[in-house]
Design a protein around this ligand. Sequence first.
Ligand SMILES: [Zn+2]
Length: 318
Amino acid sequence: MIHTINKQFTRILLLFTVLLSLSACSVDLTDVTSVLEEVGSQSTESITSTTTTGSTGELSTNKGILEVHFIDIGQGDAIYIKTSAGDDILVDSGDRGKDDVLFDYLSKIGVQEIDSVISTHPDADHLSNLSYVIQKFPVKNVYAPKVQHDTQVFENFLLAVQEKGLTIQSAKAGVEIPLQDTNIKAKFLAPVKEYGKDLNNWSAVLSLEYGETTYLLTGDAEFEAEEDMLASGMLPNEVDVLKVSHHGSEGASSREFLQRIHAKYAILSVGEDNRYDHPRQETLDRLSEVGSVIYRTDKQGSIVVATDGDNIQFQTER
Ligand SMILES: [Zn+2]
């Protein structure tokens, strides 16, 4: 048994090293034309039976719309980002057994290929279905922090990347994701440093800026990573939409962090009656202290946040 585990670990180590080191010399962002004709014209209306539950004003019809879909994947994260210029980004993919839920959702909104797939960290409730996504959809870029995990889920992810002839680009503070929509900036603010075996703190944290609006997707980053982000000086002073870290765990979303970013809206990606008792009351209280309006996938289903760079509109499944 121990022998088998060691063999698997060695295999993962080798594969990860090869796939990650290759990426340093393989920046291939050409052939963007085919992306232009895909889901650019889809709108949030295409998601059936949604309700508009919040809005800071009507969205302009003259400006491009940035959509961020917080997919109800149960306990875990799966976030899909779309720009009107045709950029498609998937951040995480939910836990084991949710591949159908994810595939159905992406198909329903017309996703045909994905420019960038991001694994925030290798925990199963985020990574499990990325191998499936990479197999099912044409994918151009894969980003992940430079940390590995000795699990079948992680090995499957590496194998899918290898089978598709892709490499893994290192997700870390300061790395920007090139977008066709040059009005939108997508940039990693974390990991700021290395965190040993502490997978949550390794989380790749992505900020999205469009016009006057800012989104922050924090993976499962905990207090230590939040402190490092605060110290790095890269955090925005005002965040409109925050994907609350670690499903509202008590060990994330510190008062200092929340007071710094002043999130107007806070989204919790969390499973109904989950065994971790997420989100924790103390985290909800800290969010309320800074005045964040809370949305939850366990209560409202999938949540789509659309912005024209000025106004923001929310649509929820229920
Ligand atoms: Zn998680």
